[in-house]
Ligand binder design. Structure first.
Ligand code: ZN
Length: 258
């Protein structure tokens, strides 16, 4: 089964580059995004990929969208992007997330609604697939947390690597000989015959207990993937959330990475 058949062929040319940075769940956190982009400049990145949820939670949705556009990131849609566009029911979100989506709608400039509206659910490149939540039903945004969840996406993968986000927790699943295993090392090489499902973690609101911004580097020449962490000015991002009148819990959680 090829979920990519006939879809988004226009993106195919984007995947000639050798070093990708994969950013997920930026969530309007400009300080975290700038720190990740600075790290990417040092890492000689050719092409930027984005796994969605550019907006929601933080205080700089417009600035984050503008940077995603400036870096010409190939981007798929996340559930918060979808909700801000009015395409996803607010009833799916907890109160703080809902408040942030309403706030984002009130503060987003008109052109950026149009941009979020154009984001596709899925990107199929030569080297990898991108989807926010899962391949089984990209616009249902179910989480992949366990091996059983991962199996449904592996079944639909016709590339060796699929990058996901959504849980805000970096995680690597490997499918080999019909078994699915977890890799704990943040850096690994792709082994022929195996398939990899890589959660890139979150740039703007990590939830794995490490408050540093997370992103991924995929080197197609070296066939190597690395989940990277970078410190950023958490206090500045928190102050902006408070000044914007967004829920206090959204500021507090950034300190603890939860
Ligand atoms: Zn998210």
């Amino acid at each position: 089964m090829d979920p990519c058949a006939g879809k988004f062929d226009g993106f195919q040319d984007c995947c000639l580059a050798m070093r990708y940075a994969i950013l997920s769940d930026i969530h309007s956190n400009l300080e975290a995004l700038k720190a990740v982009l600075a790290a990417c400049r040092k890492a000689n990145i050719d092409t930027f990929l984005c796994l969605g949820d550019i907006v929601g939670y933080g205080a700089n949705p417009n600035e984050c969208i503008e940077l995603v556009q400036e870096y010409k990131m190939v981007c798929v849609v996340g559930n918060h992007d979808w909700a801000v566009s009015g395409k996803w029911d607010l009833g799916y979100f907890v109160e703080a997330a809902r408040d942030a989506i309403v706030w984002t709608r009130e503060h987003l400039v008109f052109n950026h609604f149009a941009y979020l509206d154009t984001l596709p659910p899925l990107f199929c490149g030569e080297d990898c697939i991108l989807v926010h939540g899962n391949l089984a039903d990209p616009l249902n945004f179910d989480y992949i947390e366990k091996r059983e969840d991962a199996a449904k996406t592996f079944y639909r993968m016709d590339r060796q690597v699929c990058f996901i986000g959504h849980t805000h927790i970096p995680k690597i699943f490997v499918e080999e000989e019909r078994d699915i295993l977890r890799l704990s090392a943040p850096q690994f090489s792709l082994v022929p015959g195996k398939k990899y499902l890589v959660n890139a973690g979150s740039v703007g609101q990590p939830r794995d207990g490490n408050p540093q911004a997370a992103f991924c580097i995929f080197d197609t020449d070296a066939r190597a993937v690395e989940i990277c962490r970078v410190p950023y000015d958490i206090r500045a991002a928190q102050e902006k959330i408070r000044e914007a009148g967004l829920p206090e819990s959204l500021a507090e959680r950034l300190s603890v990475g939860k």
